[in-house]
Design a protein around this ligand. Structure first.
Ligand code: GLU
Length: 448
């Protein structure tokens, strides 16, 4: 790992002081700042204009009460967040996460990562993130609808197609986007499809958006493999999670000739030596909203390990697609020891700093989330383009665009890493490449 530059160290200390207790945010900031030493050496204007200090301070943070009634008529109170981090490259763009673990530190880590991820896509989108500590698990459709309506009744005043454009993240999919869009339309009296992405296909959504994060992450890994004169063909793969990102990662890996043998949820791990039955997983998770353990009810040859660790399963390609900090130093060591040659992060910051160190030292192909999972938000930007042009593109056309974007991101990260003397280090490449574009826009916009 590159040592943190002295000037930048004091900026990081300031971030710690100003944002006490927000450990995930600290982690995300440190990872980026560690890469920036050689950048500020080349660009003293970034220091003069205090670009790094400004980037670490969100432009605006909104925290609000979300009251709603459950099916029994009982009143519940949750907390809502939207952190509008950077509008240097376009309107704030990033998902909403509904999960009981959500607090300001999680939203800020996600929003911070989003700035650089969105910059890497090459599309005109700024960075933001939001969500709530609401737990959708076990809630009825009506409860989810009432929650979403209450959430948007407060947040709508901060949104707009040129201002801030949320989408989904953990716990927020097509159903939730639908309820939020409906409430936004009702309050504002405007049919403004460009205000949210991840919409349904009959009312402004884009083909491929559902698949985009998983497909994109797989395209990215495919590029890393190609750069090493290798491919997915015949590779044994494990994909953590079983939500939207995991499902479409498994689908694309299979299309490219790999074999996915394991996936998981927060309760346990499924191992299917014959290769996962994706139709079944889709039905369980997308239609019936059940737990993954039900897989073995119809597939008795497969194994379900409650509280198991998916990273203990030998694989050649690992694609963490569940949540932050799911691979620690020990897991990373196990993966490398078991012959893993590539890791592509479908989730945001799924590897701890110790784990990242292990992957970089082992010189395996390691694609960090802000590069590897940028296909989701990139396709959101394609959805915005279609909305602005009152157009809708075919699946093939949109998927090709997504693939080209991922190929470009890979190339830019790869070349930037070489330029800065760290060939093969996609962490450094992604951080520097994502940062420079935002920094230049900030210099151009003056002190704001
Ligand atoms: N939540 C996704 C991400 O982490 C997608 C955001 C979006 O589409 O705006 O990038």
């Amino acid at each position: 790992m590159v040592q943190i530059d002295e000037k930048i160290e004091s900026m990081y200390q300031e971030v710690l002081k100003r944002n006490p207790g927000e450990t995930e945010f600290h982690q995300a900031v440190l990872e980026v700042l560690e890469s920036l030493g050689p950048v500020v050496a080349k660009h003293p204007e970034y220091l003069e204009r205090k670009i790094i200090e400004r980037i670490c301070e969100p432009e605006r943070q909104i925290i609000f009460r979300v009251p709603w009634q459950d099916d029994k008529g009982i009143v519940n109170i949750n907390r809502g967040f939207r952190v509008e981090f950077s509008s240097a490259l376009g309107p704030y763009k990033g998902g909403l996460r509904f999960h009981p673990s959500v607090y300001l530190g999680i939203i800020k880590f996600l929003g911070f990562e989003q700035i650089f991820k969105n910059s890497l896509t090459g599309l005109p989108i700024g960075g933001g993130k939001g969500g709530s500590d609401f737990d959708p698990k076990g809630k009825s459709d009506d409860e989810v609808m009432r929650f979403c309506q209450s959430f948007i009744t407060e947040l709508y005043r901060h949104l707009g197609e040129h201002t801030d454009v949320p989408a989904g993240d953990i716990g927020v999919g097509g159903r939730e986007i639908g309820y939020m869009f409906g409430q936004y339309k009702r309050i504002t009296n405007r049919y403004e499809p460009g205000v949210l992405t991840g919409k349904g296909l009959t009312w402004g959504g884009s083909l491929v958006r559902t698949e985009a994060t998983g497909y994109g992450a797989t395209f990215f890994v495919n590029e890393m493999l190609k750069a090493r004169k290798d491919s997915f063909d015949g590779k044994i793969c494990t994909v953590s999670g079983s939500g939207n990102v995991a499902i479409y990662t498994i689908e694309k890996i299979t299309q490219l000739g790999g074999k996915c043998v394991a996936c998981s949820d927060s309760n346990g791990v499924i191992y299917d030596e014959k290769g996962l039955d994706l139709d079944l997983i889709k039905r369980l998770k997308e239609v019936e909203r059940r737990r993954i353990e039900e897989y073995v009810k119809t597939h008795s040859h497969a194994k379900y390990v409650p509280k198991g660790n998916i990273w203990d399963i030998p694989c050649q390609v690992a694609m963490p697609s569940a949540t932050q900090n799911e691979i620690n130093g020990h897991d990373a060591t196990t993966l490398v020891k078991n012959g893993c040659i590539a890791v592509g992060e479908g989730a945001n910051m799924p590897t701890t700093p110790e784990g990242v160190k292990v992957f970089l030292e082992a010189k395996i192909a390691y694609g960090p989330g802000k590069a590897a999972n940028a296909g989701g938000v990139a396709t959101s930007a394609l959805e915005m383009q279609q909305n602005a042009g009152r157009d809708s593109w075919s699946f093939e056309y949109t998927e090709k665009k997504l693939e080209d974007i991922m190929i470009n991101i890979h190339r830019n990260c790869f070349e930037t890493a070489e330029e800065y003397g760290a060939p093969g280090n996609y962490v450094l490449g992604a951080n520097i490449c994502g940062f420079i574009k935002v920094a230049n826009a900030m210099v151009a916009h003056g002190l704001i």
